[in-house]
Design a protein around this ligand. Structure first.
Ligand code: AMP
Length: 541
């Protein structure tokens, strides 16, 4: 028997309509790329989303199921795109601006973006590859200064596009399972893979991250969204803030510690998100030059890489600001866990409490997690037994976009995260390692396999193995070990860096190259990365 409850679709338009009705005066503040401050209300956001949706349909011919790309910083126009595009049934495909041009070209062709909305400051990155983009019919430029020129074909300016459109729309009724957004995630080998979110998963994820056990947000908060909108939908915060009626502050490209501190001060930000390298930078800058008056910032939510116990401790001791660790993946929308203390932990020593908070945390309702050992058995929750972390849930991927996904799932339908972890008796998950051969530096992925194959194509190198090494600032950096084809020859780091620069973004290029006699191998002849990491840890590299 069906329940007798209305069929009420959980869509991004449901979120937008709610904010217009409940929080029309709450603010969206943007620090634009040219440094100007822009402010308007959620009521005005609603009207501009209608204008944009009308323009997408009437001027650009976008229809249901079309892919619309964005290549942009965090600002109000990008938020408008987050609602206007899915609002008419199209898919908001946010393209990571930090990838190599080869990966960007692949992603745009693979997703078949019809139109790309691009920030003027990022246009040079697309100009390089525009002739290779097979499906893009138009580029819409956002935030162009006067005198802006480009070699991109078929351009139009954002304000010209939406300017004459009416401020109302009869939003089409959508199925909550329709696709609403897409992000690509780095593959260990081969090219990035697309993760296609639905309206329903976006809604449920946003509803969950605002809850007290997760981010704990309400209409009393002013939140700085440091996580880029081109990274897993800024962790769903542009949707979440409209549900809670929190004021939302967008920094665009002003992401250096001093610029962030200035925004924290002037906007009286009390909550924020970001990867650990950003918060480490902010902490160090504040330590060097302490703010004259205490910041309003109470709490920062961290994910993407591990938040260390020392950063949690120091930020709190020196400035009274609390770090909350979350874990997630592009494939999990992204947030799946957070680490907050529970009532039963109140009497623990500070040290013990920080130890818990430095774990990745307990799962949110709507997410299930387990760890599975090498023997294929589900490991006990004893805080010691390690295994692969597997998840399922209402905002976890069931298949990649147009890509064979079989290896990413178990036979009984769990998603294999590629993270190695433990879960303790209280249910707190802790990441200890990674099975995927990737390095995460400042929140961005670097494929060790791709670096190795590029290095091994160099005529002077016979073998190369790349490992992640810990780095204070960036969490991890790549270290390349190389075996020379001719032992009497040499090749300098500078030459290798230049060689890799053809195919890799600057941040992906290793800082150090170490020549070794041979790469250690496992019994089946694979590169033994564990052994290389051990040699590094013992100072033998
Ligand atoms: P991405 O898909 O780029 O968001 O990366 C997801 C991966 O980042 C996870 O599978 C983990 O390897 C890593 N990650 C995310 N959050 C954390 C965290 N809090 N601590 C350690 N690693 C993390």
């Amino acid at each position: 028997m069906n329940g007798l409850i209305m069929d009420y679709p959980l869509t991004t338009t449901t979120i937008l309509n709610y904010a217009k009705s409940a929080f029309p005066d709450k603010k969206l503040i943007s620090y634009l790329p040219d440094g100007t401050r822009h402010e308007y209300t959620y009521g005005q956001l609603y009207k501009r989303c209608c204008q944009l949706a009308n323009a997408l349909k009437n001027k650009l011919g976008i229809t249901k199921g079309d892919m619309v790309g964005t290549f942009a910083w965090n600002h109000y126009q990008h938020v408008e795109l987050y609602y206007g595009i899915p609002g008419i049934g199209a898919v908001c495909h946010t393209i990571n601006i930090r990838l190599s041009s080869q990966q960007t070209e692949f992603i745009i062709n693979h997703s078949e973006d019809k139109v790309i909305f691009v920030d003027a400051t990022l246009v040079p990155l697309l100009e390089k590859i525009a002739p290779l983009l097979e499906t893009v019919e138009k580029y819409i430029i956002i935030n162009a200064a006067s005198g802006f020129t480009t070699s991109l074909p078929n351009i139009m300016h954002y304000e010209d596009l939406i300017g004459e459109q009416i401020e109302t729309i009869d939003w089409p009724s959508l199925n909550e399972n329709d696709a609403s957004g897409m992000c690509y995630t780095s593959g260990t080998t081969g090219m990035p893979k697309g993760v296609l979110y639905s309206h329903r998963s976006t809604y449920l994820h946003a509803m969950t991250i605002l809850t007290p056990n997760a981010g704990n947000y309400s209409n009393k908060d002013t939140i700085l969204l440091i996580v880029p909108q081109f990274h897993v939908m800024a962790w769903g915060f542009p949707y979440m803030c409209l549900l809670t009626g929190s004021d939302m502050v967008m920094p665009s490209l002003h992401l250096q510690p001093d610029a962030i501190i200035k925004i924290l001060e002037s906007e009286k930000i009390n909550k924020a998100n970001g990867v650990p390298s950003i918060w480490r930078g902010v902490y160090e800058a504040m330590k060097k030059n302490p703010p004259k008056t205490k910041l309003a910032l109470e709490e920062y939510l961290v994910g993407g890489s591990a938040l260390s116990a020392s950063l949690i401790e120091n930020f709190e001791k020196d400035f009274g600001i609390k770090g909350v660790q979350a874990w997630g993946m592009t494939e999990t929308s992204p947030l799946g866990t957070a680490s907050r203390l529970q009532q039963k932990h109140e009497n623990l020593s500070e040290k013990e409490q920080i130890k818990i908070r430095a774990k990745q945390g307990i799962e949110f309702p709507g997410i299930e997690m387990r760890i599975v050992g090498d023997d294929g058995e589900v490991a006990p929750r004893d805080g010691k037994t390690m295994g692969e972390l597997q998840v399922k849930g209402a905002w976890v991927i069931k298949s990649y976009f147009k890509t064979n996904s079989r290896d990413s799932f178990t036979k009984d339908g769990w998603f294999r995260t590629g993270d190695v972890s433990t879960i303790d008796a209280d249910g707190y998950m802790e990441i200890t390692d990674r099975t995927k051969d990737l390095i995460k530096s400042g929140g961005e992925w670097i494929s060790s396999v791709a670096l190795e194959s590029a290095l091994m194509s160099h005529p002077k190198i016979s073998e190369a193995a790349v490992i992640a090494i810990p780095d204070e600032k960036w969490s991890e950096r790549p270290l390349a070990t190389i075996v020379l084809a001719d032992k009497n020859n040499t090749v300098s780091s500078e030459v290798l860096k230049e060689y890799l620069a053809k195919d890799f973004a600057k941040y992906q290029i290793p800082d150090h190259f170490v020549t070794i006699d041979q790469v250690p191998k496992t019994s089946v002849g694979k590169f033994d990365k564990k052994e290389i990491r051990r040699l590094y840890a013992e100072g033998k590299l």
